[in-house]
Design a protein around this ligand. Structure first.
Ligand SMILES: [Ca+2]
Ligand SMILES: [Ca+2]
Ligand SMILES: [Ca+2]
Length: 505
């Protein structure tokens, strides 16, 4: 196992050095929103697209796909007391994701945060071909690369958009702080254009790639919404625990001579014009308040101990930044790759879209059958054992501690087949913890801990395993953190571990 790890480190050195060389033009481009960077040379990049758009009939792209979990999907938004959350605290924004990575399909990481005055939504899209309306008409935006953010202050949802429902569309428009955008509010039966709201919500778009006109070596685009609470009729930030409805539609156009591609949706059941079908936006992150109990005991769950199986897998780039496959030729090789039986794992994210091959999440499922029925959960902690992190072999590169988030997962998945593209969506984010930059060759590595009490209590209540995903909203390069998996050769003490305190209610 140690050999495997060293091998990975060597390959990683090659990759992180090679990436900038392969795409030198990126260095000239405007920033993607990474706080440490400054936007420069925006004018160097031509942002007009080739071709002439033929009129395209608007198709109702939304289908009603039933999933009982969809209604429970929730973004619990972290509050940050800073003037500009994405610029100063992007890593503290809640992370949520949807979509797939193939040559044509799109994927989005969405970071959500708020302060006293604004709700911020930052969207990073993995998309190989970018198309927008070079005439900049601002019409038919849903037929190009675009994003629709749907919010409703009516938390219970409604069968049609109400006066408290908002539809904010942004069309990718190159590197610009003034992209094509539209804003609508509901009127009880449909949507009405709202130019005042459009002016108050600040949006921008940017992209990474070598040639936007010819779509050469494009990696993706991003957009960001800065939404004043005052523009939604509020005098300040919502009360802690307030619940709104939230849905997102990722529009995709890869060729002007072909029709728009099917949209990606969060949640999967969301219909644009029916707020009741949307997911939830919860202000603040709920904690866990245990019930009163007696006779408290502790159960420890880890792979191979007392016959327990703890399937786990990282999905995405892992420690190789995706170079276990030829993703440059076929993005789906990356998106569909399974590494369920690797001994190491990586949790990594970044704001810059050109580095998406380095993005990596972790899924793990702990069975709870060793806790007898009818008990109460006092607390639960997840421990992972760290042995390294990205960038430590790059002597001149800065490296960063990582604030890694834990989310619950509703659907079962298979360790031997799970991939970035097949991994289930999260149900909700529940906690987060810092993981410092560190490196060791000694087993079992460095213990890192997350409070997962609420996730375990919910899973136990439902008679399900504690099914978790780990990911971050980190912005800079080199935030990846390496841990041992259930399949490590580093010994039982290095395997991911769930410790549960439980008692008699
Ligand atoms: Ca696409
Ligand atoms: Ca596209
Ligand atoms: Ca595994």
């Amino acid at each position: 196992m140690k050999g495997t790890r060293l091998n990975k480190l060597m390959k990683r050195t090659w990759l992180t050095l090679a990436l900038p060389l392969l795409i030198p033009a990126l260095l000239l481009m405007a920033c993607e929103g990474t706080p440490a960077q400054t936007a420069t040379a925006q004018e160097l990049i031509p942002v007009t697209a080739d071709g002439t758009l033929e009129p395209v009939v608007y198709l109702p792209l939304l289908t009603n796909r039933y999933n009982p979990l969809a209604a429970s999907r929730t973004v619990n938004v972290y509050y940050a007391d800073v003037a500009d959350v994405p610029a100063e605290k992007m890593h503290e924004m809640s992370i949520v994701w949807f979509g797939q990575v193939t040559n044509n399909e799109n994927y989005a990481d969405v970071r959500v945060g708020y302060n006293n005055t604004h709700l911020y939504v930052r969207v990073g899209v993995i998309d190989r071909y970018l198309q927008y309306d070079s005439a900049e008409t601002g019409q038919n935006m849903e037929q190009y690369d675009a994003f629709t953010l749907l919010l409703s202050r009516d938390g219970a949802g409604a069968s049609a958009p109400t006066a408290q429902s908002y539809r904010l569309e942004v069309e990718f428009s190159g590197n610009t702080s003034d992209p094509m955008s539209q804003a609508y509010t509901g009127n009880g039966s449909g949507w009405v254009s709202n130019s005042g709201l459009r002016q108050e919500v600040d949006v921008k778009t940017s992209y990474r790639g070598d040639d936007l006109v010819k779509n050469i070596n494009i990696r993706g685009w991003s957009t960001q919404y800065d939404i004043p609470f005052s523009s939604l009729g509020l005098s300040g930030r919502p009360a802690d625990g307030a619940v709104w409805k939230l849905a997102m539609i990722l529009h995709d156009r890869d060729s002007l001579s072909a029709s728009p591609l099917p949209v990606k949706l969060w949640t999967e059941a969301a219909e644009r014009d029916i707020p009741a079908t949307w997911g939830n936006l919860h202000f603040g992150v709920p904690g866990y308040i245990p019930p009163i109990m007696t006779n408290v005991r502790t159960t420890t769950i880890r792979e191979g101990v007392n016959g327990v199986e703890v399937p786990d897998a990282d999905v995405g780039g892992s420690g190789l930044c995706g170079d276990m496959v030829d993703w440059r030729t076929d993005w789906a090789l990356w998106g569909n790759y399974n590494q369920g039986f690797e001994g190491d794992l990586n949790v990594s994210n970044e704001a810059q879209m050109e580095h998406w091959p380095c993005y990596s999440k972790y899924y793990v499922s702990f069975p709870l059958g060793s806790i007898p029925p009818g008990k109460a959960i006092l607390s639960a902690t997840l421990n992972l054992y760290q042995f390294g992190g990205a960038g430590l072999d790059q002597t001149n590169d800065p490296v960063y501690d990582s604030l890694i988030q834990v989310l619950t997962v509703g659907e079962a998945w298979n360790e031997g087949t799970i991939s970035w593209n097949t991994a289930p969506l999260a149900v909700e984010n529940i906690s987060r913890a810092w993981v410092q930059v560190a490196e060791t060759d000694l087993c079992p590595g460095i213990e890192r801990t997350w409070d997962v009490s609420r996730a375990v209590a919910l899973a136990y209540e439902q008679g399900k395993p504690a099914n978790l995903a780990l990911y971050s909203s980190e912005a800079p390069q080199h935030t990846g953190k390496y841990f041992y998996s259930s399949d490590t050769g580093c010994g039982a003490d290095a395997r991911p571990t769930l410790s549960i305190q439980w008692g008699d209610p």
